[in-house]
Design a protein around this ligand. Sequence first.
Ligand code: TRP
Ligand code: SF4
Length: 434
Amino acid sequence: MDRIDPWTTKQIDISRIFQEFGVERIDPLLDKIPIKHRFVRRRIILGHRDYDKVLNAINKNEKFAVMSGFMPSGAAHIGHKMVMEEIIWHQKMGGDVFVSIADMEAHAVRGIPLKKCREIGIREYITSIVALGLNPENAHIYFQSENFRLRDLMFEIGIVTNFSTMSAIYGFSGDTAISHISSVLAQSADILLPQLKEFGGARPVVVPVGFDQDPHIRLVRDVADKLRRFQVELHDGYVRIRNKTADNDLFNEVYERVREYEKVKIYQGHIDILDLKDATGLNEIEEIVRKVEMDNGYYGFYPPSSIYHLFVSGLTGGKMSSSNPDSHISLLDKPEYAAKKVKKAKTGGRVSLDEQREKGGDPDNCSVFELLYFHLIEDDIKIERIREECRSGERVCGECKKEAAVLIEEFLKDHQEKRKAVEDTVESYIKRLR
Ligand code: TRP
Ligand code: SF4
């Protein structure tokens, strides 16, 4: 089994993530999503872990949170815009928002001074996400290095995480810098932070990310489990509460709380409830036990949920990268410059115009079509028409690129105006949690 390295720009094979790492397809959940963002309508978001828990909370009007993070190492490009849109979309569906600027990670892994990270974080990420429509009044926006609740939590996470686990997931070895390892703990802490009591307590949290971030999600879900005192399991015909790390007092308190069920048996390390036989019963007990944990100052974490979107391809082919300006469209690119890049982009067109007219182009391998599909055209009928026109040879690349260039120019102009309008106030929304 190969590893996925979140710090390189290698393309990854998505089908493997489903098969080997247990990410699930999002399709069966589509009906339950109240606002159908174009990313789900178009299957740009393809996979998830435990997203059903979040959807249940949304549909029952219960509390949930959305959290993601950005490493302030360079320009925010339209790939980052996808995460920003996903956060905003979940805020609209009722989620509490957490946005982490991962300056500890950028500092440790990319060698960027913290002061520079702060500048980049505000300019590239925070200003843009607010300009795109995030309501910052109801959001926790913070820098990792300035959040001491996060740093305390990192330490706790470090207690239940060992080096073998880390190296199995990330390939860390003896010469990996300790603070690189530490920055992974910071990301786990980012993701668990919304479930701390002072930030709203244990509840479902969705983390929208690209597929490359899945190793972090696997790790944090494991950590969330390890920090629980009990495990509740559904067995054949009964529900079992297994004591993992609780002391006698806590164990007895759980027993007191479930005694009202009819057939309850207590053993040395577990309690069985024989009148509960299905998932509903399991959930019921899970919530009782979680509450006992929380009432006694423990975390009671839910394993965080995630949704995964496809990568945006670079305009020059390969993956879109922050460090190569030709490959990306940054949210701060001069609109005319972005338009120029689109006109030079790699397409799925044929070598000659005649051949294209005759055989048609390949929109599914075209960075210009992708730009339209992911970002620039909201209307589903229109985008499908463009796809067909391309395939049939009716549409040719020159015209098509011009159309996309105009749209990107318009988008960036508008976005940059909106940025101006919020620029002066964004800093006031950053939470220093010392
Ligand atoms: N590691 C992520 C990246 O490189 C950034 C990140 C930090 C993050 N904390 C996070 C992503 C929490 C999701 C959730 O882009
Ligand atoms: Fe891409 Fe448009 Fe050319 Fe088709 S016509 S290959 S969509 S640029």
